[in-house]
Design a binder for this molecule. Structure first.
Ligand SMILES: *Cc1c(COP(=O)(O)O)cnc(C)c1O
Length: 477
């Protein structure tokens, strides 16, 4: 705890409301366990808690774990005792293999790389999931019950979720991933985990198919209630909340609140960058947020003309961003549309029936006030990896390279630019080697990954087949 006690002085817990406006308001404990709202929407706080400049100044110099407690406390309130929450946070970030948890590395004049890949599975998703697993366990222990966690992954969420939930008696976890469309390292990080509560389902389809199957399971209320379904993918508010912390951590190190900082964020499902938006809402001075995309560029196209139009997903060297329907974007829309749940529901229904929706000029203007965009193609991604290697001697992964390439186009003099490094280069060795001729090595603790035995089942892209598979194995009833 900082000298003088807690920074946030509010006591009661914030309530959370659905972006579709037709689900009950819940506190953090129930939102964590529920994942998706019953009306199909996503939970967001009923209002944004705002830190004063003095409160942000008081956060300077805190360790990552201490800062994490302060930043998340407004959402936790009295739903979890501060000491208990603090214990959960401390053990979550003790699993990282860097003392700073998310170190900032300077990569150029007033340019920085925020390394978010020092957790157990080498991707930024550990930053949230290492907390979410223990938090689930803590909340379930209160009422002695079990839940069934179901998630879709384009690669990195799966292993990070599995690491967070493995061997926990209150949880069974089922992870759907697109068969043949995740890297070998990503697949092996999921399929070589020996825990009996872990189930890997290779679905014959794309990531969007997997995500649609997960949504369909949640929409099947009888199935959902029978197995107490819960989610750990980035629709879960608690993941967003945990990701807000590293925006504060980086900005404080670079002079916030006295100086505003710009961030460039490689984006897929809009979870990571939405956490940056939340940080700005909470009072952190953020000059701009760059939505960096690969050639799956639905968000960049939307920011150009206000039309959200789904195209085919194209495979890229940054597969964790090979996404067209960007779930967390709904959270931003809700805010930009004056928190009108009915209006958001109408857009989402347009999207379902016609594969597109459009917004007013007013909504678009607001979005452009904080967000910029940049699309980085395959060649340019490899060129950025090569350039970073040549000019700084550091290997970066292809997702990080997309962020660097896009962020640089919007550099403003005098504003520190932070690139979020979302994965360790050894998670995507083929692309890195193609760009530089150098094959990045896995950390020693993962060195035998490619020889461990795998365990997974291949399933058709069919809701009935997937539900039957889960029903046969889930213990929650
Ligand atoms: C998940 C992921 C992303 C995209 O993050 P979102 O929160 O889905 O926008 C980017 N890079 C890597 C390495 C990832 O694993």
């Amino acid at each position: 705890m900082p000298p003088g006690g807690a920074i946030w002085l509010g006591v009661t817990a914030l309530k959370f409301v659905s972006t579709r406006g037709a689900a009950p308001a819940l506190d953090l404990a129930d939102v964590t366990l529920a994942g998706l709202a019953r009306d199909g929407g996503l939970y967001v706080p009923a209002e944004w808690p705002v830190f004063s400049s003095a409160q942000i100044t008081a956060m300077a110099g805190l360790s990552y774990a201490d800062l994490a407690v302060e930043v998340m406390m407004p959402f936790v309130g009295d739903t979890i005792a501060r000491d208990d929450f603090s214990g959960l946070v401390r053990s979550a970030y003790a699993s990282f293999d860097h003392r700073a948890v998310t170190p900032l590395r300077q990569s150029g004049p007033d340019e920085w790389v925020l390394e978010l890949f020092h957790g157990p599975t080498l991707a930024f998703k550990d930053c949230a999931l290492q907390l979410l697993g223990p938090l689930f366990d803590h909340l379930l222990q209160r009422d002695g019950s079990r839940v069934t966690i179901v998630g879709a992954t384009s690669g990195d969420t799966g292993s990070a979720a599995i690491e967070a939930c493995r061997d926990r008696d209150a949880l069974d976890i089922f992870i759907l991933y697109p068969h043949g469309r995740v890297s070998e390292i990503q697949r092996r990080q999921m399929t070589t985990v020996e825990s009996t509560n872990v189930h890997c389902l290779a679905v014959a389809g794309t990531f969007d198919d997997c995500q649609a199957l997960v949504k369909a399971m949640f929409d099947d209320t009888a199935f959902r209630d029978r197995h107490r379904l819960s989610a750990v993918n980035s629709i879960n508010w608690t993941r967003i909340m945990a990701q807000v912390v590293y925006y504060f951590h980086a900005a404080l190190a670079l002079g916030a609140p006295g100086r505003a900082v710009a961030f460039s964020v490689p984006t897929g499902n809009f979870g990571d960058i939405f956490a940056g938006y939340v940080a700005a809402k909470m009072g952190l001075p953020i000059a701009s947020l760059c939505i960096a995309t690969n050639r799956n560029d639905i968000l960049a196209r939307f920011m150009a003309d206000g039309v959200y139009q789904v195209h085919e997903v194209m495979p890229t060297v940054s597969p964790s961003m090979d996404i067209q329907v960007s779930s967390n974007f709904e959270r931003l829309l809700f805010d930009l549309m004056g928190r009108d749940g009915a209006a958001v529901t109408a857009l989402m229904s347009d999207l379902r029936t016609s594969g597109r929706f459009s917004v007013s000029e007013n909504v678009l203007t607001q979005a452009r006030g904080l967000f910029s965009t940049g699309t980085v193609g395959e060649e340019e991604t490899l060129a950025v990896i090569a350039q970073e290697w040549r000019e700084t001697g550091v290997l970066v992964d292809p997702h990080t390279a997309v962020g660097i390439g896009a962020g640089r186009r919007h550099r403003q003099d005098g504003v520190p630019l932070v690139h979020l490094a979302t994965a360790h280069p050894a998670k995507f060795p083929e692309a890195v080697e193609r760009a530089t001729g150098v094959r990045p090595a896995l950390p020693a603790r993962l060195a035998d990954l490619t020889t461990r035995a795998e365990r997974f089942d291949v399933l058709a892209n069919d809701l009935g087949a997937v539900e039957a598979y889960v029903s046969d194995r889930a213990r929650a009833a």
